[in-house]
Design a protein around this ligand. Structure first.
Ligand code: ATP
Length: 728
């Protein structure tokens, strides 16, 4: 065994040296070509591609590849060793095999999809299905040109039939810094299927906590850009994530994969930008505090909860009828006369409006008709008998044109939205029943807020929809692909509106219903989104394995889900074992000297000192509310370095020690998590409380300590799988 390993290592070292020499030769040749600075467009394009290549190769020299797959196609005479890296490199000399194969290339899919066995394997290539035998699957760790590790996960000649998880477990055991990383060397089969799924589908992915949803979505973007080079561009792709800090947290992955320029935004930021409105930060903070900071838990959620109603397609229907009415009676009554004695018949204006410009949406149509009237006036002005008459007519016509334009309905999304809710005066011919279809509670609260000029996040999809119906997607600029992370917090209406802004229903929609802590606005079942699309336009995948946390943490968190939520969406752990989850009551004798403060503060301090003293790079203290996080932070800040309070307004994630309310921890991960106040005073018995605690627990990679006062919520009471008290 040892000998085999030695010879594999030697073989890979030799191959690495020769690959590096070849890369250097290509790089030297490229660097030897004088940089083109002239004006010829074709030459400029060639220079740009050479420059990109120089950059790629310089980066690739550090870590040319990460995997090797030995494969023999059915029609091939010999097996070939294929080396797979983040970027493909062809050889200088003509050869049937590239020096490095791009991980996104069809043949590289075998590296991910092959799960072992002695049967032939196959992959989809442009020329059809290629079948053959896999002989070896090897992970090769190279850092800064040094070969660090060689691990065979499958060897037809010596191993058992399955691909082993050993290398994956080694990778998962590493500590994380403050950024999400790429996983190209260990993408799993279930993830690979999603990454390589066809472009024009609304993919809906239910994935348990830590199943790699965010990571997979980012790899999928890199794949789409490679596979559909001619059809998509990075500038026309967008990722929607829950907040700006999260965007910062994921910001390294795409550049690591050699992808730049993809827009990343939150839905409110993007929508406010399209609409040209400002949504004060304060409103979002108030919404959070309304739902998460209330004494006695979360208010009940019903179909009349504003976020749920405004996120439903029922409101879409009401908007459709209102805009339909606008279309009927838009052209003002009467002929248009720019000055006395000159008349443009209404029948002519109607013909322009109803026939020539009929394909345009209402606001654009009005713009076109008014431009046409303007041109007509200019022609008429040319017929003026004298300079004085011309001057007089110009003045009069300008005023009458303006007055005529003002007689049209106001095509402004906010005005129409207010009219729908009757927060401003409505046109006489609007049907009386519209408000009857809006639940009374929603109607009253919306009118009150709209009159005060307050907009909430849930008002954005209807406003955007009205904007779209009035203007279309401006300039026809629709996205090539949209990624929605934490999609359980999105409403069906949001997806329906975004569908208007993307070509071919090309979505990657990822989320976890078990983490649906924003159920007052998000979906409660994926069918709410699936039914927006025709069956052939959508596909559903489930990710059930969790890669983030140790088995102990996953099993403990699963216990909370089954006892507290009654959910069957439980995570399957990768076989990575760590320390047991700890349940520590405030007031238990401390393992060392007390550091001051009451028993709760002493416990948090002791836990933080103990965990941050280990090799962990990121540790979090999660509280139930923002107020408690802020108070704890103030108490702890003097004692610990590199400690940060996360309060929802930050744009950067710094790592180190973080103190934050549990609801803001969604999407993030930490080497160790201290969940403070895991008691019945802070977490009630409702499913929502259990989900909140589940989110907190599943943020931990290696270590989870639950600190608590008296009384535990029912779903923690059996304490199964935990140890109680402080470590020795
Ligand atoms: N195939 C893999 N190989 C190595 N690491 C992986 C793999 N898949 C996921 N991971 C790691 O698991 C962790 C969780 O990934 P990610 O944050 O993308 O999951 P998620 O499903 O979005 O989680 P959540 O819903 O809980 O926020 C990350 O550290 C990621 O690097």
């Amino acid at each position: 065994m040892e000998d085999n390993f030695q010879s594999a290592y030697q073989e890979e070292e030799d191959r690495l040296n020769s690959a590096l020499t070849e890369i250097d030769t290509v790089l030297e040749r490229l660097r030897g070509i004088p940089v083109y600075t002239g004006h010829d467009y074709t030459e400029q394009a060639l220079e740009a591609s050479r420059e990109q290549r120089r950059k790629d190769l310089a980066k690739l020299r550090q870590e040319p590849y990460f995997g090797r797959l030995d494969f023999q196609g059915k029609d091939e005479e010999e097996r070939k060793a294929l080396y797979i890296g983040k970027i493909g490199v062809d050889r200088e000399q003509v050869s049937d095999r590239p020096l490095v194969i791009d991980w996104r290339a069809p043949v590289a899919s075998l590296f991910y999809s092959f799960t072992g066995g002695t049967e032939p394997a196959s992959y989809e290539a442009p020329e059809g299905l290629i079948e053959g035998l896999v002989y070896l699957k090897r992970n090769v760790v190279i850092r800064k040109q040094i070969l660090e590790r060689v691990a065979d996960t499958y060897n037809r000649d010596s191993d058992g039939p399955a691909v082993s998880d050993e290398f994956l477990v080694y990778r998962l055991g590493e500590n994380k810094d403050n950024r999400l990383r790429d996983i190209v060397s260990t993408i799993q089969e279930e993830q690979d299927k999603i990454i390589r799924a066809a472009k024009n589908t609304a993919l809906i992915i239910q994935g348990v906590a830590g199943s790699g949803k965010t990571t997979v979505a980012l790899h999928r973007l890199a794949f789409l850009l490679y596979q559909y080079k001619e059809q998509v561009s990075a500038e026309k792709m967008i990722i929607f994530a829950p907040n700006r800090m999260f965007l910062d947290y994921i910001s390294d992955v795409l550049p690591e994969l050699g992808v730049g320029n993809i827009a990343q935004s939150t839905f409110p930021d993007w929508a406010a930008d399209v609409l040209g409105v400002v949504l004060p930060e304060q409103n979002a903070a108030e919404t959070m505090s309304h739902w998460f900071e209330r004494e006695g838990g979360m208010p009940e959620i019903t179909g009349e909860t504003p976020g749920r109603f405004k996120g439903s397609t029922a409101l879409m229907g009401i908007i459709d009828s209102a805009i339909g009415l606008l279309e009927n009676g838009t052209v003002p009554e009467g002929d248009f006369s720019p000055w006395d004695g000159s008349v443009l018949r209404r029948s002519m204006i109607l013909r322009w409006h109803n026939e020539e410009y009929a394909p345009y949406p209402p606001a654009k149509r009005k713009e076109r008709v008014m431009a046409r009237i303007h041109r007509w006036i200019e022609m008429e002005l040319k017929k003026s008998p004298s300079a004085a008459a011309l001057k007089d007519r110009k003045k009069k016509s300008a005023a009458r044109e303006k007055a005529y334009s003002a007689k049209w309905p106001k095509y402004d999304p906010l005005t129409i939205y207010k009219q729908i809710f009757r927060a401003v005066k409505v046109p006489e011919d609007w049907p009386a029943e519209a408000p009857e279809r809006i639940p009374q509670g929603v109607l009253v609260s919306t009118v009150k807020d709209l009159k005060k000029g307050i907009l909430h996040e849930e008002d954005l999809p209807p406003l955007l929809y009205i904007h779209y119906l009035l203007n279309g997607s401006e300039g026809g600029s629709r996205f090539d692909h949209i990624v929605i992370d934490e999609a359980q917090d999105f409403s069906p209406f949001q997806i329906a509106v975004l569908d208007l802004y993307v070509k071919g229903h090309s979505f990657t929609i990822l989320g976890d219903l078990s983490q649906g802590i924003h159920a007052y606005k998000g979906v409660h079942a994926w069918e709410e989104m699936q039914t927006l699309f025709a069956p052939e336009q959508t596909a559903y995948h489930a990710l059930t394995r969790s890669y983030r946390s140790t088995m102990e943490i996953i099993e403990f968190a699963n216990g909370i889900l089954s006892a507290g939520v009654g959910s069957s969406l439980l995570a399957v752990p990768v076989f990575r074992s760590g320390n047991p989850v700890r349940l520590i009551a405030y007031g238990q004798p401390l393992p060392g000297p007390a550091a001051g403060g009451d028993s709760r503060l002493q416990a948090v301090r002791t836990a933080l000192a103990s965990l941050s003293g280990r090799e962990y790079r990121t540790v979090a203290v999660l509280t139930r509310s923002l107020r408690e996080a802020a108070e704890l932070y103030t108490e702890l800040a003097g004692q610990f370095e590199d400690i940060h309070l996360i309060d929802g307004s930050m744009t950067e994630y710094r790592g180190g020690l973080s103190v934050l309310p549990v609801y803001l921890s969604k999407g993030l991960e930490f080497d160790a998590v201290i969940l403070a106040d895991a008691d019945s005073d802070h977490y009630g018995s409702a499913a929502w409380d259990a989900k909140l605690m589940y989110v907190g627990c599943t943020r931990a990679l290696h270590e989870l300590w639950m600190l608590h006062g008296e009384g535990l919520p029912p779903y923690l009471q059996n304490g199964e799988g935990t140890v109680q008290g402080w470590p020795e």
